[in-house]
Design a protein around this ligand. Sequence first.
Ligand SMILES: Nc1ncnc2c1ncn2[C@@H]1O[C@H](COP(=O)(O)OP(=O)(O)OP(=O)(O)O)[C@@H](O)[C@H]1O
Ligand SMILES: [Mg+2]
Length: 336
Amino acid sequence: MSAILEVDRLVKKYGDYEAVKGVSFSVEEGEVFGLLGPNGAGKTTTISMVTGVIEPTSGTARIGGYDILEQPNHVKRINGLVPQELALYPTLSARANLNFFGRIYGLRGKELKERVDDVLHVVSLAERADGTVEDFSGGMKRRVNIAAGLIHQPRLLFLDEPTVGVDPQSRNHIFESVLRLNRERGMSIIYTSHYMEEVELLCNRVAIIDQGNIIALDTIRNLIAMLGGGVIQVGVPQADQALVDRIAALPAVTAVELIAPPVAPPPVEGADVEAQEREPLAAGPVIKVLAEHSQQAVVNVIGFLNEENIALTALQILEPNLESVFLHLTGKKLRE
Ligand SMILES: Nc1ncnc2c1ncn2[C@@H]1O[C@H](COP(=O)(O)OP(=O)(O)OP(=O)(O)O)[C@@H](O)[C@H]1O
Ligand SMILES: [Mg+2]
């Protein structure tokens, strides 16, 4: 594999304010790469520099081996940008909008028509092609926006928060399009979001960006493994600080927190999320154990409670997710 994008110490300053503080990362050809971070982290600013919308204060990037500052015309053919803000003509139909964007890229006649039909199909809007954009739902407008970014068959597509304000049906269409473009056409995709679920679903690797810096970059699996294990929650009839301290001293346990009842456990992927949100884990106190090795910690905690003749009222082993990684790295929640 070779890198389709190499970002090299990009900086963006607005006056004294440094919105992007020298970020570097590479994206391999064929990857779906996530840029995950809270509002104002610098995601759009980074993408805008890479795609030539704004000029970097310093640093550069190479796309398909071409320098974005020195060879912008080569880069333009490779890149497709779907901006966070809609860039469409509301009074025109979806097809007319796409014809317009196609002509900008020099497409004409039969080729233009084929390309427009193809991108309408990719975003599942073929049937609504002649509808006026201003009459579309927010999600449908976003999908036209995505189609516009695809019109010249880019090798590298930047999608900037494509699901914000989008209805669930359009959201699913967008996910499907992203996965199909990647798997069937080998398109490399950079996907920015502050929804960790989306990034976990779509991306191979993720850069977590906060306050203009990349604070972590790895596969989702490795980022989660960085937390050093898992989280176990055990319900007990009663608990005090002395019990918490003794559990904290057990092997394979990193930290322990006592949660006063009633508490709802965080949802577990694939499980009945609604039911979990309704039901607290236990009626009594819950001891939350951060574990170095989940399985070993479970054995040790249960063994200890048995020895102490403390009955277990509930047990839950939670797999950590990107949200907990972000919390761990910054002390903040992704969505505040
Ligand atoms: N033109 C500008 N002038 C001054 N400051 C700006 C400008 N554009 C962006 N910023 C600031 O730079 C920081 C990064 O903004 P950016 O839009 O890149 O964040 P983001 O990660 O895309 O956030 P969001 O998730 O809200 O889209 C913010 O603090 C923003 O206010
Ligand atoms: Mg943004």
